[in-house]
Ligand binder design. Structure first.
Ligand code: UN1
Length: 513
């Protein structure tokens, strides 16, 4: 097993060879089937997690429901205090959790640390928010009447998260949900169950230290069937799901069929537009980190580079040159830029996408390929590649979760580039590299980018937690994290109070008795 202090980190996080995948004191009645977690870094079995049975699932929901009864009446700033303590524990465990994320998921250690930092940041955000769950006061049309709106806790928030941000996306949901007075039930990705156990251990300790029920934060594990119990369950008013568009369509329809609420954060097909006057150095950093960071496995990864013909050769050569500097290898070794893909299925999808692009007429600018030999034994390490392509290639229209960058030439003005950028089914993140104020504003205007995230002179990935995160079209329309995303985790109530001695009807209606 790769060392890098991992044994110590696992111990500090309470992650064992065999772990309970179901929270809330039900561990002793564990089912006998397990999810094994193999590291894509070195192919080693890190540990296993028990699969939640349906009976356990029901107990978890009952436990969460019971916890909600108290938690919803706890003053919001006191709920914020619990989240503050959780953020503090994350600071203490930052290196350990960052290492586990890196080892179980395969992203670089720096990115693992960055992910834990996102968790800490959203906790800080949520602590402030706990004193700012504001509603409006509204002027009534009737004399001596008062109107206001309030936000009340919803209940259980079911969280289904993906392998690529195995801990941060959970915390974007939980930190907000908890200050909003909700309780959470989390089903982490089957590909990263151990980071789930580690997070549950950290929050369970905080809850215990404060004599609060563990039902405030629950863990379940298993495949899509376990997720289905939750999406079909009317006791779970809100489902927040992150993953593929295919999964999101199933989850969204299942939750909608019972008129539940959902927050969907699904696939992206993110592009950077490069206008003739763009800064090449900034473009290269933004595009290369965007395309190869996390081995192209972020929802926000840069998949398409849309470059004006006047600057095309220069940008292409600079980006291709930068790819020559990339070091691929063990992500825990800080000198490497690119780690492995999550598993062999993902490697297959990468290979298939390159073949499909070639078949459609794509020209390879930087050759891909699967690495083998010493240090690459897991079979999950691939070379980031660049393909000159057309936007209407079928493969360019799809999201392949791998480091493949399609470079596309545009002619004309910024609107021609925007049409290409918007010409896909997904709508998560987008960017423009430009020194033209006009082009930048056009890009951000109503006729500009159709994505949930649109950046100027910054790449497509690496959003800060302060903004609402999510996208349009097949990305699902949900928003998590900052801004007023918290409102989706609460139910809104409009109140009208009459402090007169008459009962006038609205709209001037007369109803004399
Ligand atoms: C994701 O890939 O699902 O904006 C989340 C980013 C990160 C989060 C990505 N802050 O790239």
């Amino acid at each position: 097993q790769t060392e890098f202090g991992l044994t110590e980190a696992l111990k500090n996080l309470g992650v064992a060879a065999e772990n309970n995948g179901t929270s809330t004191g039900l561990q002793s009645h564990g089912g006998d089937s397990y999810i094994e977690s193999y590291s894509p870094v070195d192919g080693a079995l890190i540990g296993k997690v028990s699969v939640t049975t349906q009976a356990q699932y029901d107990k978890v929901i009952e436990t969460a429901q019971a916890a909600f009864k108290d938690w919803r009446s706890t003053p919001a700033p006191l709920r914020g205090e619990i989240v503050r303590q959780f953020g503090q524990k994350l600071r203490e465990h930052k290196a350990d959790l960052g290492k586990l994320v890196s080892y179980e998921m395969g992203k670089s250690y720096q990115e693992g640390l960055g992910e834990v930092q996102e968790m800490i940041d959203i906790c800080d955000f949520a602590v402030g928010l706990s004193r700012q769950l504001h509603g409006l006061t509204i002027k009534s049309e009737r004399p001596l009447h008062h109107m206001q709106e309030q936000y009340h806790p919803l209940g259980i928030v079911g969280i289904i998260s993906a392998f690529n941000f195995p801990v941060a996306v959970w915390s974007w949901n939980t930190a907000l949900a908890w200050v909003c007075g909700d309780v959470c039930v989390w089903k982490p990705s089957e590909k990263t169950p151990l980071t789930g156990v580690a997070c549950q251990n950290i929050i369970a300790e905080v809850l215990k230290e404060n004599n609060l029920p563990e039902g405030i934060s629950c863990l379940i594990n298993g495949d899509y069937k376990v997720g289905e119990w939750m999406t079909q369950d009317h006791r779970v008013p809100l489902i927040s799901a992150t993953g593929s568009t295919r999964m999101g369509k199933i989850v969204g329809q299942t939750v909608a069929a019972r008129l539940g609420k959902s927050i969907l954060e699904l696939g992206g097909n993110n592009a950077i537009i490069v206008t003739p006057d763009a800064d090449i150095k900034m473009t290269v950093i933004g595009a290369v980190f965007g395309a190869v960071g996390t081995a192209g496995q972020r929802c926000t990864s840069t998949r398409r580079l849309i470059v004006h013909e006047d600057i095309y050769d220069k940008v292409r050569d600079a980006v291709v040159g930068a790819y020559g500097q990339l070091r691929i290898g063990n992500p825990l070794d800080e000198k490497n830029h690119v780690g492995p893909l999550i598993d062999k299925d993902s490697v297959n999808n990468y290979n298939k996408a390159i073949e499909a692009a070639k078949a459609e007429g794509g020209k390879i600018l930087v050759e891909g390929g699967v690495l083998s030999g010493e240090g690459y034994e897991s079979g999950c390490y691939v070379k980031p590649c660049i393909i000159e392509a057309k936007n209407d290639f079928e493969i360019v229209q799809a999201e392949t979760f791998a480091p493949i960058l399609y470079i596309i030439k545009y002619k004309g003005d910024v609107h021609d580039a925007i049409a290409i950028q918007n010409g896909v089914a997904q709508g998560l993140s987008s960017a423009i590299m430009t020194n033209s104020m006009r082009d930048a504003h056009q890009f951000l205007s109503a006729v500009g980018s159709d994505c949930g995230i649109a950046n100027v002179n910054i790449g497509t990935s690496g959003a800060e937690i302060g903004g609402a995160f999510g996208g349009e079209k097949e990305t699902g329309g949900g928003r998590e994290s900052g801004s007023d995303a918290w409102k989706a985790y609460m139910r809104r109530q409009t109140n009208t109070l009459n402090y007169s001695t008459e009962l006038p009807l609205a709209q001037g209606i007369k109803f004399d008795l």
